[in-house]
Design a binder for this molecule. Structure first.
Ligand code: C5P
Length: 240
């Protein structure tokens, strides 16, 4: 059995696109906040992992009772998602080894399955670069002309949706995110920062229902997905 990974969960976003009265990680799904569902899935897959949870310094909604991990710490969020992740990596600088595997997972993805988490980890443990859960694009892709009309149909051949978790060695990830910030390169995921160093992260095919709660309709969709997954235990328990 390989060592448990470090987990970084950026949860410092305000989630303005939801238009809700609180950040989306605190909206309820089946009577529990999104954040509690996400942490529970991660804990089922990696009960011995060490967790860094990035939270807004002014967060008034968080309750530590929702954290099932024994070894965890709270880290202040940054201006952008990548800044929150950098804060987490800096917080564990004295403890994490350069080659330790760090999995970063958006708090807004509570439907990630234990199967996908365990499979991703298994594929990254010996990978020299690292990688991410991803799903091949299924829809026909259109590019707009900026005025609400189609300018072009883009080929979907070889296109993937980048999901999370994304996992990289501690030293590589920290360097990649720092250099992207110093170089003014906008990064919305860890992989793009690693790509900017000339590396090619591994794509690990994951389930399409690992959706990110972003818009109001996503919440009811996530509730349906969680209910369906509960009825199919292999998605919520590690299969042996
Ligand atoms: O807003 P979006 O859904 O793209 O955010 C992705 C993840 O990054 C969410 O889990 C959110 O809480 C987190 N985030 C963060 N710090 C920020 C912005 C977003 O931790 N400054």
């Amino acid at each position: 059995m390989s060592a448990a990974p470090w987990l970084v969960v950026p949860a410092a976003g305000r989630g303005r696109r939801m238009g809700a009265d609180r950040p989306k990680q605190y909206l309820e799904l089946h009577g529990r906040p999104v954040l509690a569902h996400t942490l529970a899935r991660l804990h089922q897959a990696f009960p011995a992992a060490r967790l860094c949870l990035c939270l807004d310094a002014d967060d008034r909604h968080f309750d530590p009772a929702w954290v099932p991990f024994r070894d965890w710490r709270r880290v202040p969020g940054g201006a952008e998602r990548a800044d929150s992740v950098i804060h987490a990596l800096e917080a564990i600088a004295g403890e994490a080894g350069e080659r330790d595997l760090v999995l970063v997972h958006d708090v807004a993805r509570p439907c990630v399955t234990v199967d996908d988490l365990v499979r991703l980890h298994a594929q990254l443990v010996d990978d020299p670069v690292g990688g991410l859960l991803a799903a091949p694009v299924a829809d026909t892709m259109k590019r707009d002309d900026g005025a609400g009309r189609v300018r072009a149909t883009e080929s979907r051949e070889g296109l993937w949706h980048a999901l999370t978790p994304q996992g990289f060695r501690y030293g590589l990830l920290r360097r990649a995110l720092r250099e992207a910030r110093e170089g003014g390169i906008p990064v919305t995921d860890e992989a793009s920062a690693v790509e900017a160093l000339g590396q090619a992260p591994r794509l690990v095919a994951g389930r399409r229902d690992n959706l990110k709660i972003t818009h109001p309709e996503d919440l009811s969709l996530a509730a349906l997905v969680l209910a369906a997954q509960q009825a199919s235990p292999s998605t919520t328990e590690e299969s042996t």
